[in-house]
Design a protein around this ligand. Structure first.
Ligand SMILES: Nc1ncnc2c1ncn2[C@@H]1O[C@H](COP(=O)(O)OP(=O)(O)OP(=O)(O)O)[C@@H](O)[C@H]1O
Ligand SMILES: CC(C)(CO)[C@@H](O)C(=O)[O-]
Ligand code: BAL
Length: 283
């Protein structure tokens, strides 16, 4: 497995693979890897000739006071997992390589579509500008045929799909299913922050979504009622940023549901903010 920290070297390696006819699958991450990340790697290695994973804790998507400094960085463990998973190359830029003028510098950025405005956009106002911009930069460093993103970060996936569509990017976005612990908790690097008690209480998030899925399957199409089911089951969380059932394409509120929707939750357990969701399909 090759590792690269410079954009030029990474891009040159990709060009060489492409010249020899190999397709490239890209898996962008912030490290602290788990089975969710490995499922993206698995999807990439099974549909592309080469898999490149990136590990970069992107400062521009964190607001002041968020967990940028604490964010776990177990690099040796991450590299061992990627090697075992059959990854061909890892891109590990430092902040100076990605932001030569410093991350605070007002440099060119990507303005995401309106899908970035609600939900996470309200609670983390500059977050998706940071995400869209760094993903665009990673796409330039790792020219790839396909890029793999998890549905766990549902709104992020929408933002990236819109960016690729609106800016005519050549990389195909491949959404990947949410990987859960055996008790239902969505895997997330931030689960490492949870104490045993918090880990138990965090289960109410996936349970609340399972309850909504059940009500939806039984024919309930009233979004207010479905949202009240979410809220009723989130009592073990310390605070709830949002618990909503919204249009799956626009993330706008819906009342009587006639199209596919998605139930999304962001809640804090102790100091840890977790997100999860369920897509609900009308047939
Ligand atoms: N449980 C999961 N199932 C599927 N994909 C996942 C899961 N967790 C993360 N991913 C995907 O992995 C990619 C990298 O995400 P990231 O490194 O931020 O991990 P994370 O676990 O979401 O971290 P955090 O806890 O910081 O949100 C993203 O596309 C994300 O959607
Ligand atoms: C897409 C991403 C790697 C951009 O920093 C990050 O937001 C993540 O890990 O989901
Ligand atoms: N997985 C999304 C990255 C973040 O929360 O910043």
């Amino acid at each position: 497995m090759e590792t690269f920290s410079s954009i030029d070297a990474m891009r040159a390696w990709c060009r060489q693979q492409t010249r020899s006819g190999d397709t490239i699958g890209l898996v962008p991450t912030m490290g602290a890897l788990h089975e969710g990340h490995l499922s993206l790697v698995q999807a990439a290695t099974s549909s592309c000739d080469r898999c490149v994973t990136t590990i970069f804790v992107n400062p521009t998507q964190f607001a002041a006071g968020e967990d940028l400094d604490q964010y776990p960085r177990p690099l040796e463990d991450d590299l061992a997992m990627l090697r075992d998973a059959g990854v061909d190359a890892v891109f590990l830029p430092n902040t100076k390589e990605m932001y030569p003028g410093g991350p605070e510098q007002k440099s060119t950025s990507v303005q995401p579509s309106a899908v970035a405005l609600p939900l996470e956009g309200l609670h983390r106002p500059d977050h998706f500008v940071g995400v869209a911009t760094v993903v665009m930069k990673l796409f330039q460093a790792v020219p790839s045929d396909r890029a793999f993103f998890g549905r766990k970060d549902f709104q992020q996936l929408c933002v990236i799909e819109h960016m690729v569509r609106d800016l005519n990017l050549a990389t195909e976005v491949v959404p990947c299913e949410i990987i859960r612990e055996s008790d239902g908790l969505a895997m997330s690097s931030r689960n490492r922050y949870l104490s045993d008690d918090e880990r138990q209480r965090a289960l109410c998030i996936s349970r609340s979504l399972a309850q909504v899925e059940r009500a939806f399957a039984e024919g309930n199409r009233d979004s207010q009622h479905l949202e009240s089911i979410l809220v009723d089951h989130l009592g073990d969380c310390d605070s709830v940023d949002y618990a909503v059932v919204v249009d799956r394409e626009t993330l706008a509120p819906v009342s009587a549901i006639s199209k596919n929707v998605v139930a999304l939750v962001a809640a804090r357990v102790g100091a840890t903010r977790l997100i999860d969701n369920r897509e609900l399909y009308v047939d």
